[in-house]
Design a protein around this ligand. Structure first.
Ligand code: ADP
Ligand code: MG
Length: 747
């Protein structure tokens, strides 16, 4: 088989020096990399114009024959021999070319391209394009582009085609300008022959896509907009296909894994639990549970993402799934992102289960199990008990943080792993847990309250099935939110604190959330805060003041809210202190909790009715949405006040207004994504790597992604290792190897 030219080194095609500068400046080493350096946009050249119709100021293209060429050194004004042009390439030079159409002459002035003269010998026919100017009494084209027409008998049609009115403009630098890139690409395009097309012919046919060679030619040398549009369509589809093939292969591998089927059993813990449930499941909850039961009854591991609004009742779904597994003789794990949350979950589950969680205890139900808790900060004795319970199988359910992932923790028969708030868990951790159940892989249910648009789910989480809880349980109180512009309207902030006091006087409680703890020297980022916007702001305004901290606010509130019971909670407190604070807040013994984002997820205190977020502009949209989900969880309506002193016309203000105006998580997530760059959507931004997605936008090209996904599925089903699709196999392998798909691991 002939070697694919795209894999060949650039230096086989162009001069060593050029090849080197491409490598150094753009990191481009191969022909394929060069040809996939697509134009940023296209510049319209002038129309092919007869000489006597040229007008000063026009962008025009002319065709003519060279009559005379002179070369002058600009510093000494000395005229030198045109044929020695290359010698002067470090000097400032002016090449003047007189061109004729037979009747009229015009003059072309080229600066610092002394070698051109030998290319444009008298008699040469060529196309020239540039701006028409007047120099003294002579019509000139200043610093024009040129293309020699080698063949003397070109038809007028062919000349018109070559005079194509568009030129590509490349992402370039001062070291490597767009003209050099254009020239090099043209040389390479003229010489490449063997181009393996990753898209199989049948697929191209079905979707009306250009072949790769043709697409590369048209994206670089278009004659009309439809050329690059067709080329982009094809190359965009290819990007989607590569991505979806990777995901389809992963799915295929996952589908081939063995899992112990955990069939739902009647008359067990699950039924007993349902009987004591104080409310009726929403129809969404019931449906999702059925999907989960069906998945888990199969001999292959479930990989399901459950997304649902804050407060949509994901915990019950998870608990019912876990109970079904316990009924089937297995164990289940619930992984939480923070200790606070793990502890909360442990309490919630224990409480919901009541006597059903009191196995071996007086008053425990016959079929009861135990709910273990395993976090990093447990004392040695508690830890040993928890580990023993997990290893012996006495604990049907174990709740914990990543401490659960340690090697030493063993399970008797791990059947299900539930991951709460997936964005904080990586693929490696999922893998670590998978290894805890011997040959068989446990079923995995991942839960998130940050809804993900369909295409992003398909792209980034392409190897998961997705369930969505769309409705909130009945009787949920609405949350109203307002922006409090502290700088423009200081009185509003005072009013905000009054509102807090009023709520407390009615017997409710409040959260005050700050971006920073404040026990550090110089505003280092919080352990939990994401600071989505802090950076942006720093860039825009030079040095911003540090975000307000928990400790500062505690002090301020000591005066403003004198008489109320105020305490702080943040990630750097010892675990037992955190725990104690949280318990007392839950018990209503604290009125106002001043906290960092440790309370972001999962904390469930229905009596809390108001939340004040300080320096709200320092948080991201979805984070704010998460945060405010902590209020309005009971019968009392929730109020969320977003305090900011940012500029009223800033983007961050616009985002706060968006958060205040809707509680629809999907809508907010869409707004959030629109405010980010594509790379951020896929999580590549942090790694600083170039995304392999140049033309595909996961937000804009849903139809392409859907089509590519189907295609990839069929291809992989038919030819799992792609041995019959070598072009696709190569490009998939290189995408995986180059780390360009690293974001796929980051989920
Ligand atoms: P999230 O999806 O944010 O994790 P939770 O599972 O914490 O939501 O549920 C929020 C609250 O709603 C909890 O207090 C829970 O007991 C309650 N809840 C869940 N499902 C229902 C339901 N079907 N009817 C009434 N209340 C429910
Ligand atoms: Mg939850």
């Amino acid at each position: 088989m002939k070697k694919n030219d795209l894999d060949r080194k650039l230096r086989d095609f162009v001069g060593a020096r050029t090849a080197k500068s491409f490598e150094e400046v753009l990191g481009i080493e191969t022909v394929g990399e060069l040809l996939r350096h697509y134009p940023r946009r296209y510049l319209k050249k002038g129309e092919l114009t007869p000489f006597d119709e040229l007008e000063v100021g026009d962008q025009a293209t002319v065709q003519g024959r060279v009559k005379k060429v002179t070369l002058r050194l600009l510093d000494t004004k000395q005229e030198v021999s045109v044929t020695d042009g290359w010698q002067y390439k470090r000097r400032k030079t002016l090449t003047k070319v007189v061109v004729t159409d037979g009747k009229h002459d015009i003059e072309l002035a080229f600066f610092n391209q002394p070698w051109l003269g030998s290319k444009l010998q008298p008699g040469t026919s060529a196309l020239f394009w540039g701006e028409v100017t007047m120099f003294r009494t002579t019509m000139q084209l200043k610093a024009p582009g040129s293309e020699v027409l080698e063949d003397d008998d070109l038809s007028q049609e062919e000349i018109e085609r070559r005079a194509k009115p568009y030129r590509p403009l490349y992402p370039a630098t001062s070291k490597l300008n767009t003209a050099t890139i254009e020239r090099t690409i043209k040389i390479v395009l003229d010489t490449v022959e063997n181009v393996d097309d990753p898209i199989p012919p049948a697929v191209r046919l079905k979707h009306g896509l250009l072949g790769l060679h043709e697409a590369l030619r048209l994206i670089h040398l278009p004659t009309a907009p439809k050329d690059w549009e067709k080329a982009q369509d094809r190359l965009r589809f290819e990007e989607a296909l590569v991505l979806q093939t990777i995901l389809a292969q992963r799915r295929a591998v996952a589908d081939a894994l063995k899992a112990v089927p955990r069939e739902r059993r009647d008359g067990g813990l699950l039924d007993a639990f349902d009987a004591r449930l104080p409310f009726k499941l929403t129809s969404g909850q019931a449906e999702v549970c059925d999907e989960v039961f069906a998945d888990m009854a199969r001999p292959h591991p479930m990989h399901r993402l459950l997304q649902g609004e804050v407060g949509s009742g994901k915990t019950v779904v998870a608990l019912r799934a876990m109970l079904a597994v316990v009924d089937a003789g297995g164990q289940a794990v619930l992984l939480a992102p923070t200790e606070v949350l793990a502890t909360q979950h442990h309490k919630t589950l224990t409480k919901m289960l009541g006597e059903l969680a009191e196995q071996g205890m007086l008053g425990g139900a016959d079929q009861a199990t135990r709910v273990g808790l395993l976090t990093g900060s447990l004392g040695a004795a508690a830890r040993r008990t928890a580990m023993l319970d997990a290893a012996s199988g006495a604990a049907g359910i174990v709740v914990g943080t990543h401490a659960l992932l340690e090697d030493k923790v063993q399970f008797a028969d791990l059947g299900l792993v539930v991951v709460d708030e997936q964005h904080r868990f990586g693929v490696e951790q999922r893998a670590a847990l998978s290894q805890k159940s011997g040959d068989a892989t446990p079923h995995v249910l991942v839960m998130t309250a940050t809804p993900i648009p369909r295409t992003v789910a398909m792209t980034v989480f392409g190897d998961l099935s997705v369930s969505t809880l769309t409705e909130l349980p009945a009787g949920r109180s609405p949350i109203s939110s307002s922006v409090v512009p502290a700088r423009e309207k200081p009185a509003w902030l005072e009013r905000a604190w009054e509102r807090v006091r009023e709520e407390v006087e009615k017997g409710h409680q409040a959260y005050v959330v700050c971006p920073r703890i404040g026990d550090d020297v110089k505003g280092a980022a919080d352990e939990e805060g994401e600071f989505a916007d802090g950076k942006e702001k720093e860039e825009a305004e030079g040095k911003p003041r540090p975000a307000i901290s928990v400790l500062e606010v505690e002090e301020i509130l000591g005066e403003v809210l004198a008489g109320l019971r105020i305490e702080v909670l943040h990630g750097r407190l010892p675990a037992d202190v955190k725990d104690a604070v949280m318990s007392r807040f839950a018990a209503g013994e604290i009125d106002v909790l001043v906290a960092t984002t440790v309370i972001e997820v999962g904390v469930d205190v229905p009596n809390a009715s108001v939340m004040v977020v300080m320096d709200a502009d320092r948080f991201g949209i979805s984070q704010l949405h998460q945060l405010r989900g902590r209020v309005g969880r009971g019968k009392v309506p929730g109020l969320c006040l977003l305090v900011t002193d940012g500029h009223p016309a800033s983007i961050s203000r616009e985002r706060l207004t968006a958060v205040a105006s809707t509680t629809d998580g999907f809508e907010l997530s869409r707004i959030d994504l629109e405010h980010r760059r594509e790379g951020d959507v896929l999580g590549v931004a942090q790694s600083g790597k170039r995304s392999s997605l140049k033309l595909l936008s996961v937000l804009e090209h849903e139809d392409v992604i859907v089509a590519a996904r189907e295609m990839a599925h069929d291809l992989v089903a038919d030819d799992p290792d792609l041995s019959r699709h070598p072009g696709l196999r190569t490009i998939v392998a290189s995408a995986l190897q180059s780390d360009q798909t690293e974001y796929l691991e980051k989920t």
